[in-house]
Design a protein around this ligand. Structure first.
Ligand code: ADP
Ligand code: MG
Length: 412
């Protein structure tokens, strides 16, 4: 990497790249809060009021130039190459510039949009309309690219000087750990690795999920609420309520992975609001949450229903689609815990609860459907099935709750 971007040299950089003229100047340059552990992000407002997001990937420890922006750029190229994907280009802000040598990417910054994670945090209201718009948007991406050879071939392009032998399978467990872990993670967090390794059923569920990973369409692969923007006046708009950003991990992948990652991001709102105490059982903690699961369920159900409504064909291709979404959500929770440990050096009792829930989602997906959605698989599918004549499941699953419905108070 040649250039290290800063608020001092960013304007000169944009001028050299032809993205602003010397008269343009900048009225404002601000560093965006560090959401991500790996990128340095600058928001630049030019004199003509254009807002640009300038991202630079951090130099990795081994000093190799990272190549993750390449995928985001490649996605932009795909949209340019195949105008028939026009509807999809509306869901992502356009990439204006990509500099592979310095790992810099410039995008249009949509100032009238808000990051959904922050929006939920501030408002603490979860209207199903937003989740429904996300479901329809995501289904549009998956459906438009589903089983299309030309898009798959395009996405297999590798950065210059590299080869791409296959698409990365993101259904991976935690790597085996060695003695070096002691210097890297806080002592409290060792419990996470001990528990993870103790659950054999968990490791085998992840191995099955990886084995059954079915890449069949373009996937975002990092679909958390932080990577979704919602229009600040979404209630007055008919469309384009949401935009998807941060396409660094996008690839040819399994649609259940995207939906599972998003589901996990909703579940995290619930799981990070638990009241955790060594004297309280897990099921009690889950019920004493400041943001109860019941508050999120209308959004979660709207998300999956609107997705299936816009892309019912996926159910013919993957009969167990909903169960795999649940399992991928469990896997995403495990990765979130691990990210917290490695990037923020943070682990506490609520992460142990999260691990338990993740394990249940991965190892008992049938039972977890009722817990997570609050309704059975056939009830989720009913409105979709009525509209699209779906094949009916052969028999109703025996559904059990994975925790008790009523909170039992200690000593009562
Ligand atoms: N086009 C945009 N419009 C508005 N906000 C954006 C836009 N792009 C990024 N952001 C904000 O900047 C943050 C970081 O951008 P992102 O592409 O997700 O980078 P990172 O890889 O660092 O997560 C986002 O979480 C969001 O808050
Ligand atoms: Mg991001």
């Amino acid at each position: 990497m040649v250039l290290s971007l800063s608020s001092q040299n960013v304007i000169q950089y944009l001028r050299d790249a032809g993205l602003c003229s010397s008269e343009d100047g900048a009225s404002d340059k601000s560093e965006l809060p560090k959401n991500s552990k790996k990128n340095f992000n600058l928001l630049v407002t030019l004199a003509d009021n254009r807002n640009l997001l300038v991202k630079q990937e951090s130099i990795t420890n081994n000093d190799e130039t990272p190549h993750e922006f390449f995928n985001e750029w490649l996605f932009g190229q795909l949209l340019g190459q195949f105008p028939v994907l026009g509807n999809i280009s509306a869901i992502a802000p356009s990439v204006l510039h990509f500099d592979q040598e310095n790992s810099i990417l410039v995008r249009n910054y949509l100032s009238e949009y808000l990051e959904l994670g922050q929006y939920y945090q501030k408002n603490d209201i979860f209207l199903p309309e937003i989740a429904s718009a996300i479901g329809t948007t995501l289904a549009g991406l998956h459906r438009a690219t589903f089983n299309r050879r030309e898009y798959k071939d395009f996405m297999s392009t590798a950065p210059e000087g590299q080869f791409r032998y296959g698409f990365y399978n993101p259904a991976q467990g935690i790597n085996s750990i060695g003695p070096d872990i002691f210097g890297v993670v806080p002592t409290d967090a060792l419990k996470f690795y001990v528990l993870y390794q103790r659950y054999e059923s968990l490791e085998s569920a992840i191995a099955d999920l990886a084995y059954n990973w079915q890449p069949c369409c373009l996937t975002h692969n990092d679909l958390t609420l932080n990577n979704i923007l919602v229009h600040s006046r979404w209630e007055q708009l008919d469309n384009c309520l949401v935009r998807l950003i941060d396409w660094e991990a996008c690839s040819w992948g399994d649609p259940a992975f995207d939906l599972g990652t998003l589901l996990a991001s909703y579940l995290q709102i619930w799981l990070s609001s638990l009241v955790v105490d060594p004297t309280i059982e897990l099921e009690e903690s889950l019920h004493l949450a400041m943001t109860p699961l019941e508050v999120l369920q209308p959004s979660i159900v709207a998300l999956i229903r609107s997705y299936l409504n816009a892309f019912p064909m996926i159910l013919e291709y993957q009969h167990d689609f909903i169960l795999r979404v649940i399992q991928f959500a469990g896997l995403a929770l495990i990765h979130q815990i691990q990210d917290m440990i490695t990037s923020r050096k943070y682990f506490n009792n609520s992460d142990i609860c999260m691990l338990q829930v993740a394990k249940n989602l991965l190892t008992m997906p049938e039972q977890s459907v009722l817990t997570i959605f609050g309704i059975s698989e056939s009830t989720i599918l009913k409105p979709v099935a009525n509209l699209h004549k779906l094949p009916q499941p052969e028999k109703e699953q025996q559904l059990l709750r994975i925790y008790y419905e009523k909170t039992r108070l200690r000593g009562c």
